[in-house]
Design a protein around this ligand. Structure first.
Ligand code: FAQ
Length: 311
C-alpha cells in the first residue's frame, strides 16, 4: 500500500541513496522535481539573452570568444536539464509551451537589462557565482539524474565565474570611466543576485518538504549567506563598494549582516512585472517560431530513415 511505499521511499532518502527514474516515488516528489528542474532549464535558456546582447559588441576578439563559449555553455546546460526533467515523464514540448505561455517560472535575475559592457563580467562573476553556490549543494540532491547533471554544470560555471571576475578586475584597474562602469554594474546586480536564492526561509512554501526529501540540502537563507560571505571580500579586492550601507561583518555570528532585501521587487519580478519579463519571453517565442523548420526537417529525416529501414 501507499503508506508502506512512502515509508520505504523516505528511508532510502534518509540513507542517502539516490532515487532513479524507474524507482517508485510519491507523485508530489515527481511534481516538485519537474517544477524545479524545468524552471532551472528555462533559466539557463532565457539566461543566454542578457549576455547574448553583447556578443556583437564585445570590446576585443578575446572577450568575444570567451563570451560566445560561455553563452553556448548555458544553452547546453538547458538541454541537459530538460533531459533530466524528461526522465520524470514530462515532455519537452509541454515544458517549453508552459514557459512561452507564462505558466512556468525562470530565475528572476534574467529579467534585468544589460546596460553596459560591465554587466557582462558582472553577470559572469555574480550571477554564475550565485548559481554555483546553489548548484554545488544540488550535486548532492536526492534525484540521481539531477545530481549528476549538476556536477558537470558546476565545472563549467566555475570557468564562467572566473572569467567574470577577471573581466571585472580589468575594469577596476582601468581608467575612471571603466571604474565607474564596474561600480554601476555591481550597484544594479547586487540585490538581484541575492534574490536568486529565493524568498526568505519563512516565506518559502516549498522548502520544508524539499529539505525532507533532500531535493534541497540547504535553505534559501543559508545559501544566500554563503554567497554574501564569499562575495563581499571579492568586492573589496576589486576596490569597489558593496551597495548596501548595512552590510557589515558580524563578529559574533561569523558572517556578514545585510540590509533589508527588496522583497517587493522580487515578488513583482517573479509575477512577470520585472523590467524585461515581456521582452525575454517574446525573444524566446520568436526564436522558437523561427526554429520550427529545423524541428520539421529533423522529423522528416527521422521518418525517411524509418521508411528506408522498413523497405
Ligand atoms: N526566480 O518555495 P520556494 C542559471 C519561485 S542559475 C524565480 O523557495 P524552491 C545559471 C519558486 O520556484 C538560475 N522564481 O521554491 C546561469 C517557487 O515557485 P512556485 C537557475 C523563484 O523551489 C547564469 C516560489 O518562488 N537556478 O541559470 C525564485 O523550494 C548566467 C516559492 O519559492 C535554479 O533554478 C527566483 N529567484 O526554491 C545561466 C536552481 N526563487 O512553487 C545563464 C534550482 C523562488 O510558486 C547565465 N532551483 N522562486 O511555482 C532551486 O534551487 C530552487 O528552485 C530555488 C527556489 C532555490 C530557486
Amino acid at each position: 500500500d501507499i503508506d508502506a511505499l512512502e515509508k520505504e521511499f523516505q528511508e532510502r532518502i534518509d540513507a542517502e541513496k539516490k532515487i532513479e527514474p524507474k524507482d517508485w516515488m510519491p507523485e508530489a516528489y515527481r511534481r516538485t522535481l519537474i517544477r524545479q528542474i524545468s524552471q532551472h532549464a528555462h533559466s539557463e535558456v532565457v539566461g543566454q539573452l542578457p549576455e547574448g546582447n553583447w556578443i556583437t559588441r564585445a570590446p576585443s576578439l578575446r572577450r568575444k570568444a570567451i563570451l560566445l563559449a560561455k553563452v553556448q555553455d548555458e544553452a547546453g546546460h538547458g538541454l541537459y536539464l530538460y533531459s533530466a526533467a524528461e526522465t520524470l515523464g514530462s515532455s519537452r514540448e509541454q515544458m517549453i509551451d508552459d514557459l512561452h505561455a507564462g505558466k512556468a517560472k525562470y530565475s528572476s535575475i534574467f529579467n534585468y537589462p544589460t546596460l553596459s559592457w560591465a554587466d557582462v563580467p558582472a553577470i559572469g562573476w555574480l550571477v554564475d557565482g550565485a548559481a554555483i553556490v546553489n548548484q554545488v549543494a544540488l550535486c548532492r540532491t536526492s534525484y540521481g539524474p539531477y545530481s549528476r547533471a549538476m556536477i558537470r554544470v558546476c565545472k563549467e560555471e566555475s570557468f564562467h565565474a572566473r572569467q567574470g571576475f577577471e573581466g571585472m578586475l580589468a575594469l577596476a584597474r582601468g581608467n575612471e570611466a571603466q571604474k565607474k562602469m564596474c561600480q554601476d554594474a555591481i550597484n544594479r546586480y547586487w540585490w538581484p543576485a541575492l534574490m536568486m536564492f529565493g524568498p526568505s526561509d519563512a516565506e518559502s512554501p516549498n522548502s520544508a518538504q524539499s529539505m525532507k526529501w533532500k531535493i534541497k540540502r540547504f535553505s534559501n537563507d543559508e545559501l544566500r549567506q554563503k554567497f554574501v560571505d564569499q562575495t563581499v571580500p571579492q568586492i573589496e579586492y576589486l576596490g569597489m563598494e558593496v551597495p548596501d550601507p548595512d552590510c557589515k561583518w558580524n563578529e559574533e555570528r561569523g558572517h556578514y549582516d545585510i540590509g533589508e532585501m527588496p522583497w517587493e521587487e522580487f515578488f513583482a519580478v517573479i509575477k512577470g512585472h520585472g523590467p524585461c519579463n515581456h521582452e525575454r519571453l517574446q525573444a524566446r517565442q520568436k526564436a522558437h517560431d523561427e526554429g520550427n523548420w529545423v524541428r520539421e526537417a529533423a522529423l522528416a529525416y527521422q521518418k525517411k530513415q524509418a521508411d528506408k529501414k522498413q523497405s
